[in-house]
Design a binder for this molecule. Sequence first.
Ligand SMILES: [Zn+2]
Ligand SMILES: [Zn+2]
Length: 324
Amino acid sequence: MKKPKPLKTVVQAAGLLSLLLLALLGYTFLPLKLDVAANQTPTPATTRGKPDPAQLPDVSLSLLKAGKMPARQAFAYRGGNWGGAYENGMAAILVQHPQATFLIDAGFGANVAQHWQTIPWLMRQLSSYVVETPVAVQLPQHGIARDQIKFALLTHSHWDHISGLEDFPGLEVRLPTAEKAFIEAHKYPGLIDQMIGTMNVRTFDFNSGPYENFDRSFDLFGDGSVVLVPLPGHTDGSTGVFVNLRSGKRFLFTGDLTWSLEGFQLPAERPWLARKLVDVDEAEVRRSIIKVHLLLQQYPDLVVVPAHDRRVHERIASLPAVER
Ligand SMILES: [Zn+2]
Ligand SMILES: [Zn+2]
């Protein structure tokens, strides 16, 4: 019997192993729905929720597009499409409340090229970005002076949500205590570490009692119009923001808990590679996704807005138009 050459055997084995690993990686992109029962957490026995619109103050909101990242839908959720264009939108939400005009997140700012360099090398190889008009430039174009913005509320502290904050020096930035602790623990170093020292941070806790299927919440103005809930997993202090309008229309801004609406509808998580790159606690992400999934079933009219789903952004009034 002829003995196989050792080198040939090694090359063949390496080839086989690579194929196996590729097949395994491919599998992690295939459709797989999250198990709702396995990831469901208890709902509070007594809770507040959908307010009487007639009791709400006159609040309006508008979306401001501020940058985008071309991507594949397959990277956004398990079962997403590999073909065709898919845009991850960067955006800020302008909320005009009788007590304060404020932003939810800030999109890409004027120095996005510099900020891009702060993200991990692998992320930069796997993605790219496109500049749009920064929020601080757009606002004055629509008659809103920068100093009319009283604070920015963050869904979380990742670079693509805070880049635009640099264009508002000294602006108060509101974060839950858990996100501040997360930043200080350096679990995801980056732009936030460079900015936190000069940021005017004001923390809050979810101490307004249960809300919908969340056991904790923070009613920002105490009038039921803007209610914050913990949506941990992507970062420790990731926050969901309900905005309840007088028309009866309700929004829930979910940050990066999912990158696409399908994540909540199916429900489905990000593929393995994306989870490893961006989430700190995958199990928490699953539990948070299921909370929003169940809310969508309860309230089909609730406008759930993943921070980067531009197809959802297109359905929200863009400044100068407003939702009211
Ligand atoms: Zn993020
Ligand atoms: Zn993001």
